[in-house]
Design a protein around this ligand. Structure first.
Ligand code: OAD
Length: 250
């Protein structure tokens, strides 16, 4: 990986602005499962339509609730890994000329020190009414309950504040992300399969605007094939190595 690392460091050294797009792979080394990895990914074991769609929630709110409460506990137990920390260091380096766009619903980026973060798929720590949208603060009882609690405002059911299959992404967040990848000199993509749109369009929007794209992924997928540079490795290893190259005297 020496040559791609040098090439990626060269791109970053010459960049005035940086956008980073992350997916579940960035949290994998923190023990949070990805979605599509064979065997360990959530969607290898569970049906996304049942657990992550409005129809699935309508059909069995208790099942969906218990799954999210379990995932929330997993995220709360997890700690940021060196990949998250390297991303926070890149933000410190680029300052205002930096935006982190994540598909992850965990808060590991924030806990590693990232501040300029856009969450495209919401947050597993946020809850709201499925009907009136009123926010709901989780109680210890809610967390253990077999069913979602009722909304205090209208009595309908409380749901997780994440984007499910078939739902719109937050418009402002998506527009901001799109504008950033088109304008930033480099877009660094890490830990995403590029299987879910519209987030998966972002690396191509960057390339279409003649910007450079660095992809960090142990697998070679469609984004790595299209990227300017593919760092074939885990983000918890490749990102600190990239940062070390960048911080070393030229
Ligand atoms: P996926 O599970 O689809 O892809 C995870 C990617 O991370 C794969 O390409 C892996 O090769 C890669 N990977 C695994 N371990 C890694 C590591 N240690 N370092 C770097 N990369 C690693 O996850 P996403 O692309 O994030 O949607 O999935 C996109 C969306 O699909 C998610 O946000 C979620 C899911 O359904 C919603 O919740 C709406």
């Amino acid at each position: 990986m020496e040559q791609p690392l040098d090439e990626a460091a060269r791109l970053l050294r010459g960049a005035g602005s940086l956008a980073i797009l992350t997916g579940a792979g960035v949290s994998a080394e923190s023990g949070v499962p990805t979605f599509r990895d064979a065997q360990t990914g959530f969607w290898a074991r569970f049906d996304p339509e049942t657990l992550a769609s409005p129809r699935g929630f309508d059909a069995d709110p208790g099942l969906v609730w218990r799954w999210y409460m379990e995932r929330l506990r997993g995220v709360e137990r997890a700690e940021p890994n060196p990949g998250h920390r390297a991303i926070a260091r890149l933000e410190a380096r680029f300052g205002e000329e930096f935006l982190l766009i994540t598909q992850n619903v965990d808060d590991l980026h924030e806990r590693a020190g990232s501040r300029r973060v856009v969450h495209l798929h919401g947050s597993i720590a946020r809850y709201l009414c499925r009907r009136c949208g009123a926010p709901h603060v989780l109680t210890p009882t809610d967390r253990e309950a077999p069913h979602p609690p009722p909304c205090a405002a209208c009595g309908d059911l409380v749901r997780p504040g994440v984007v499910w299959f078939g739902e719109m992404l937050p418009v402002e967040a998506l527009q901001r992300a799109d504008a950033w990848v088109r304008a930033a000199d480099v877009t660094l993509v890490a830990g995403t399969s590029g299987a879910v749109y519209p987030a998966a369009d972002l690396p191509y929007a960057a390339l279409g605007a003649s910007r450079s794209v660095i992809d960090v992924n142990p697998e070679r997928g469609p984004i790595s094939a299209a990227a300017t540079v593919h760092l074939q490795g885990r983000s918890g290893e490749a990102l600190p190595q990239l940062l070390a190259r960048l911080e070393a005297p030229a």
